[in-house]
Design a protein around this ligand. Structure first.
Ligand SMILES: *Cc1c(COP(=O)(O)O)cnc(C)c1O
Length: 228
């Protein structure tokens, strides 16, 4: 299938999921995850008007970012080691994987040095799966309170991943759990602004995520494809 055909199919599935759940399609933003494809294909993705690009390792994205960063909005979606912050700070508009205080402090320190604010999503391990990164739900509010004290971090929303091998419909409680955490966060007014964004849903489960309130879906295989 061509990239254009995949894009049209994904857009139709997004529209159908919105219709089923009474949501406005304009609330859903698609991040094209290009980690499995070449620089050439990433260029084609941008040519098709998919302007949000997601990547998860600096060493892989570097040549793409250097060639194409002015053409899109770049999202760092993968686990971020503290010693890699210096490579990516200031280059990505959003970091989806803020999951611990040591990382928050390093991001804040380096953002302060550059005189910028860095937009982050707090990553939560809603499913409790051991292999997944993310703060545990029982530590989430304490973590949010600590992060809220850092002046150079701006919290955009919350992010989670459902276990890869889970059947799509079994993921629903994971996505619902993230939405409920967001709502409770706003009730407690931990941040001075309302948190609206939910980064959740991948190739295998994005429709369920939309039905449960996703505002950013991160799509690799189903949209961009896989090479090599
Ligand atoms: C790879 C990746 C995706 C996209 O995965 P697909 O299943 O191919 O859509 C989304 N989010 C994160 C954090 C990823 O690492």
């Amino acid at each position: 299938m061509s990239l254009l055909a995949r894009k049209e199919e994904v857009e139709a599935r997004v529209a159908a999921a919105c219709k089923r759940s009474g949501r406005d399609e304009n609330e859903i933003k698609i991040i094209a995850v290009t980690k499995y494809v070449s620089l050439e294909t990433t260029k084609s993705v941008l040519d098709k008007g998919l302007l949000h690009i997601g990547e998860n390792r600096w060493q892989d994205v570097k040549p793409k970012w250097e060639a194409l960063h002015e053409r899109g909005t770049w999202h760092f979606i993968g686990h971020l080691q503290t010693n890699k912050v210096k490579d990516i700070i200031g280059k990505f508009a959003y970091i989806h994987s803020l999951d611990r205080m040591s990382l928050a402090r390093e991001l804040d320190k380096q953002a302060a040095a550059l005189g910028i604010e860095v937009n982050c999503f707090l990553q939560v391990n809603v499913s409790g799966e051991e292999s997944k990164y993310g703060v545990a739900p029982e530590h989430f509010f304490d973590f949010a309170v600590e992060v809220s004290k850092l002046k150079h971090i701006h919290i955009t929303g919350l992010m989670t991943m459902a276990p890869y091998e889970m059947a799509a419909d079994a993921t629903r409680p994971v996505f619902r759990g993230l939405r409920e955490l967001r709502d409770r966060l706003n009730e407690r007014k931990i941040f001075p602004h309302d948190i609206t964004e939910l980064s959740m849903g991948m190739s295998g489960d994005f429709e369920v995520a939309i039905e449960e309130g996703a505002t950013w879906i991160r799509l690799g295989t189903v949209l961009v494809g896989k090479e090599g």
